[in-house]
Design a protein around this ligand. Structure first.
Ligand SMILES: Cc1cc2nc3c(=O)[nH]c(=O)nc-3n(C[C@H](O)[C@H](O)[C@H](O)COP(=O)(O)OP(=O)(O)OC[C@H]3O[C@@H](n4cnc5c(N)ncnc54)[C@H](O)[C@@H]3O)c2cc1C
Length: 343
């Protein structure tokens, strides 16, 4: 239960439903995430998300093997925020709880059983909770979508290594950095926080991790840090892999569990927040009897997100297979009209 789950819980609680949030972890921890997010996500929330925002991007610096720099101004009309994931998730959850959602943690879901009219959700310790509907929001490692015929049959995984660093090094506040060329089939990024930065290396096609440590050995000194600095976390990220049902009988999947993350840019926060909002609306219509099932959730997510992902997948296949060509044609051209092309 995190970004996508908290978003769903907030919207369901707001619509007057009884919600129980189940979270495996005892407390919030640093999450592997760049934290880059278009400010347009504010449209889905009636409360201010800015308390979770560490910085607002005004400039994007691109490089190819730490050379051939391209600088793009980010226009104020389409703000791009950098958040600390743990702070964003805590804020969403706090708002859901304020509207009556119940949080159970630690509660590690070990089994889901669909009975005639309800679900039995069983914890690792054997505790059982009954529910009318289940929202799968347990991220990229979730076994349940495949089990219940939701999401892609073949999972497409991006491999990532992220580093949380204290201090800014050479990165200026308000500046995001993207490095192509050092990373085979992917890219590296550095996003500014308040007194820190998130650095990451992502490989998006091929299913093989690039030598991310070797990339960091070159990138971190370029950013003004020692190559061994920072807290490192490896994560496999489930990315979009085709139009698929996101619902089943009395069950939906949101966020990474639904494979919604952009396969080109690893943008997963926006679809997590959006899917939470859309899933809650669909569950509400079904629970109050205006819809016979949850299929309108799949339809809405295809309209609002999936159709643009089909392009993301195609772009990823081209740019990450021929990365120098991708940099020259894709990135340089995108930088010319930055706000339209990056998230
Ligand atoms: C290195 C990296 C960098 C990224 N950078 C960006 C970025 O800059 N911008 C962007 O938009 N996206 C980014 N993403 C993607 C984004 O972080 C994810 O798409 C998004 O956070 C997904 O949220 P979620 O709530 O679906 O899943 P998660 O955040 O993974 O939440 C799943 C939750 O479920 C809990 N859980 C798991 N199993 C169980 C269980 N059995 N029982 C109970 N609880 C369970 C977990 O503890 C966790 O709290 C990045 C991802 C990575 C890995």
């Amino acid at each position: 239960m995190c970004t996508a789950g908290s978003s769903t819980a907030f919207h369901l609680a707001r619509l007057g439903h009884r919600v129980t949030v189940l979270e495996r972890e005892r407390s919030e921890r640093i999450k592997p995430c760049g934290g880059g997010m278009a400010a347009s996500v504010q449209q889905w929330f009636p409360f201010d998300l800015k308390p979770a925002v560490d910085d607002v991007i005004q400039q994007v610096d691109f490089s190819w093997c730490l050379t051939d720099p391209v600088v793009a101004e980010f226009p104020g009309s389409a703000p791009f925020w950098i958040v600390k994931r743990e702070r964003l998730d805590a804020l969403l959850l706090e708002q859901a709880i304020a509207l009556g959602a119940d949080l159970r943690r630690p509660f590690e879901v070990a089994d889901l059983e669909r009975e005639e009219n309800h679900w039995l959700v069983r914890s690792k310790e054997g505790e059982v909770i009954e529910a009318k509907a289940v929202v799968l929001a347990d991220g990229s490692g979730s076994p349940w979508p495949t089990h219940f015929g939701i999401g892609p049959r073949t999972l497409h995984m991006a491999k990532t290594l992220s580093v949380r660093l204290e201090g800014m090094g050479t990165l200026q506040p308000g500046t995001a950095r993207f490095e192509f060329g050092l990373v085979h089939h992917g890219f590296a990024w550095a996003f500014p926080l308040q007194n820190g930065i998130n650095v990451g290396v992502g490989t998006f096609i091929g299913g093989q991790a690039s030598d991310a440590e070797a990339v960091l050995e070159q990138l971190l000194p370029d950013l003004g840090f020692s190559s061994t600095d920072g807290l490192r976390q490896n994560a496999d990220l489930r990315v979009w892999n085709g139009h698929t049902p996101l619902h089943g009988k009395r069950i939906v999947a949101v966020g990474d569990a639904a494979s919604l993350c952009d396969p080109f840019l690893a943008e997963g926060l926006r679809p997590s927040l959006m899917s939470g909002c859309e899933a809650a609306a669909s569950l509400d219509s079904w629970l109050n009897g205006t819809q016979p099932d949850l299929s309108n959730y799949t339809v809405r997510m295809r309209e609002c997100w999936g159709d643009s992902m089909a392009w993301g997948l195609r772009i990823a296949q081209v740019c990450y297979r021929f990365t120098n060509v991708g940099y020259q044609l894709g990135i340089k051209r995108a930088a010319a009209h930055c706000s339209n092309s990056l998230w």
